[in-house]
Design a binder for this molecule. Structure first.
Ligand SMILES: Nc1ncnc2c1ncn2[C@@H]1O[C@H](COP(=O)(O)OP(=O)(O)OP(=O)(O)O)[C@@H](O)[C@H]1O
Length: 715
């Protein structure tokens, strides 16, 4: 192994103390100073710091030294070595990068300035929160929402108090009506009326205030929950094991979009209706107190509405689930159709897609009509029941008046209070429909959250101090999904520092799959991949990406500019970008546009040719300066001149100790760079040797006459 960063001095105890303070880790200051002073000066920085932290009682923290250009800035704070000294690096609330030196002086910096800096970062074991609950029992999405709700402090008490007060104030309105009818109207007591009206004005004002405050609290809660939940779901999406992704990505996107239903649920008035529902019982009690038997009429309404609600829920559940599945499929088809528009038109296959679309739309509509019919039946029935209850209450009220236990004002007060029972009950059917939407959406999001992550959240990850000098594959077996055949079956393969390996073999033999496994994108079903002594899947993904550079066979460009696509991970100063663009010939693309490197790129890289996209993607890998280069058909879309230039540029960019593995169907020019050739067939390595041994034999087997090395073209 080559020590890469041993030339850096150790950070001072003060700088370390500041970092630990920012991370809310408490250590004893004299112990820290003593530990810093007493350590062996020959240790690599990360080892030195590990020893220091151990002496301070923080043995679970793992330090790592990384290059800034491969560092995920969300992991700040950290210590940065820049301009010959250590700084505490952190971001302020506005996202500005702040560097603090030992004296406490604060400077601002940009990512670009720190391109060549090193960052010393402390990995703290993850807390045992949601992430550390790998159990898949229950609905993960619901659990996430629930936890997000209660992560926000103090709202519940305020909402409950506001709700209780709002409902108590509603009683005041009915009492006002009772007093007016019983006392003011018979005697025309205007003084009493004035007092009552003044009281009512106060009540109205209070009611308005409480409702506004309650709505604000719920709105900001909905916002916070949405932010937290969608961030966690998106984060999960970014870390799902790629080999576990479902085949239809459009459907997956639609499943994630189900979060919208959850947000709408919180931001609509349903939450208030739900909060108000228990108060129906309180109002029935009040009616019973004022109107005696009138209370029974409303008490009967509740169980009837409950039965109706349960019936609606039962009928809707399955229907909505099927509807959602079909509508997600429709969304998937839409995405596929737009993405594959060229192929669809070129093959005149539009009719096939149109038919499928129509089928899906028909079934979504059919479910929709049935769902509407059920909910309309329920809401109309509840409305009729409510009117019936009102009529019943008036009739019973008349008997009560006749019996002398109720006054006219009391009856009016009862009917006002009855309205407070009926409104939430009538509303509840609509709410149940909404709730079914939300619960189905949560199930869909749960399916996404249940997909396995590339690393377990509570996994203890290795942070190697130095880039690997070897890659070893042992008993490696891999199959896609439930495929009965293995796409990879390699007993052993060793790649050593300095090797330039060509990977050749027929179409579908497993070259890309092998590169993806080595890049840590797919996880082997059996066996291990080791970088030096560490298992690839035990290494912190950020460290892994700083060691391994991978160029996919079909590189993806994203909406933005040529510059943002080149420096996808934020790596690379302007001068580095320009020099790289010049070397690769990307500057020709920029030169053709007045915007230069700011040339806009549309979604999916539209606006660039296939070869240009490949060059830009290779530029990304070169900017990252990895130790292990995994290149999948880097020249597949290039003409001869561009290919020749690319191999030259690559030859110059690769460091002597780097390991390069290139899959190609055109080994002729790549052979100049290569020191070793691996031939694959049906997932196995069937030949392994120097280019001089393997390529001529391969060319002879495939019926190509070899005159010059350049004429070898393996098919
Ligand atoms: N996402 C996938 N799901 C299922 N099977 C797959 C998937 N990707 C590839 N395969 C199968 O795995 C096998 C190896 O594919 P791979 O892409 O690794 O081949 P390759 O050697 O790179 O081919 P090519 O030279 O065409 O790029 C093929 O049989 C292919 O059908």
């Amino acid at each position: 192994m080559t020590p890469i960063m041993s030339e850096l001095p150790y950070p001072s105890a003060r700088a370390l103390q500041k970092l630990l303070q920012r991370l809310a880790l408490t250590v004893d200051t004299p112990v820290l100073h003593q530990a810093c002073a007493g350590q062996d000066g020959s240790l690599p920085i990360a080892d030195w710091l590990r020893q220091v932290l151990k002496q301070c009682g923080q043995s679970t923290i793992s330090p790592a030294l990384l290059q800034w250009r491969r560092f995920d800035p969300r992991r700040l704070p950290g210590l940065v070595y820049h301009q010959q000294q250590w700084w505490l690096a952190e971001r302020d609330a506005a996202g500005q990068l702040l560097l603090t030196d030992d004296t406490g002086a604060i400077h601002t910096a940009t990512d670009e300035e720190l391109q060549d800096a090193r960052v010393l970062w402390l990995r703290i074991p993850p807390p045992r929160a949601f992430d550390s609950l790998p159990s898949l029992h229950g609905n993960l999405a619901a659990r996430l929402v629930w936890q997000a709700l209660f992560h926000e402090q103090g709202w519940l008490g305020k909402v409950v108090i506001a709700t209780v007060l709002v409902n108590l104030l509603a009683v005041a309105t009915s009492l006002f009506a009772m007093q007016v009818y019983d006392r003011v109207v018979p005697t025309l007591a205007y003084a009493t009326l004035t007092t009552l009206v003044a009281g009512m004005l106060l009540v109205i004002l209070l009611d308005w205030l409480l409702k506004t405050i309650r709505a604000r609290i719920i709105d900001s809660l909905a916002c916070a929950v949405d932010k937290r939940v969608s961030r966690q779901v998106f984060d999960h999406l970014l870390h799902i094991r790629l080999d576990a992704l479902p085949p239809s990505l459009g459907t997956l996107a639609a499943q994630v979009n189900g979060l919208d239903a959850v947000r709408q649920f919180f931001s609509s008035g349903i939450v208030f209706a739900l909060i108000d529902l228990p108060f129906a019982l309180f109002f029935i009690t009040m009616i019973a107190v004022i109107g005696g038997k009138v209370g029974w009429v409303y008490a009967l309404l509740l169980p009837l509405a409950l039965v109706l609600g349960l019936f609606t829920q039962w009928r809707l559940r399955e229907l909505l689930r099927k509807q959602l599945v079909r509508s997600n499929e429709r969304q998937g088809l839409l995405v596929d159709t737009i993405r594959g528009a060229e192929s669809i038109r070129a093959n005149h296959a539009g009719w096939r897609f149109a038919e499928e679309w129509q089928d899906l739309t028909d079934s979504v509509d059919a479910y929709n009509i049935r769902q509407k019919a059920i909910s309309t039946f329920s809401s109309v029935t509840t409305a009729s029941l409510s009117t019936l209850a009102y009529v019943g209450a008036v009739v019973v009220g008349v008997w009560q008046i006749e019996a002398g236990v109720l006054t006219m004002g009391g009856l009016i007060a009862c009917s006002i209070l009855g309205g407070r029972v009926i409104a939430p009950v009538a509303q509840s059917v609509q709410n149940l429909v909404q709730w079914q939407h939300v619960s189905q959406a949560l199930k869909m999001v749960h399916m996404v959250l249940a997909l396995p992550r590339e690393r377990r959240p509570d996994q203890h990850l290795v942070l190697p101090d130095q880039p690997p000098a070897s890659v070893t594959l042992e008993q490696l077996r891999f199959a896609y999904g439930d495929a009965p055949v293995r796409q990879l079956d390699i007993d052993r393969l060793d790649l050593r520092a300095g090797e330039r390996v060509l990977l050749v073999g027929p179409v579908g033999c497993g070259k890309s799959t092998l590169l993806k496994l080595l890049a840590g994108l797919y996880r082997p079903g059996e066996g291990r991949i080791r970088l030096d002594d560490a298992d690839l899947w035990e290494i912190d993904p950020q460290m892994l990406t700083s060691f391994v550079g991978y160029l996919p066979q079909s590189p993806q460009l994203f909406k933005g500019t040529l510059r943002s696509n080149l420096g996808l991970a934020g790596s690379g100063s302007d001068s580095q970008l320009l020099s790289l663009a010049r070397q690769l010939g990307i500057d020709d693309i920029a030169a053709g546009s007045p915007q230069g490197l700011d040339l806009p790129i549309s979604e999916g890289g539209e606006g660039l040719s296939g070869g240009q996209r490949q060059l830009v993607a290779l530029g990304r890998v070169m900017l990252a300066r990895p130790r292990i280069w995994l290149l999948d058909e880097p020249t597949a879309s290039l003409d001869n001149d561009s290919e020749q230039r690319l191999w030259q540029v690559l030859g110059a960019a690769v460091q002597p100790e780097d390991i390069v593995l290139m899959a190609t169907h055109r080994p002729m020019m790549a052979a100049r760079l290569a020191t070793r050739v691996l031939v694959m067939q049906r997932g196995k390595i069937i030949q392994d040797g120097s280019p001089g041994q393997v390529l001529p034999a391969l060319a002879a087997r495939s019926g190509v006459t070899v005159r010059h090395k350049e004429s070898i073209h393996v098919v």
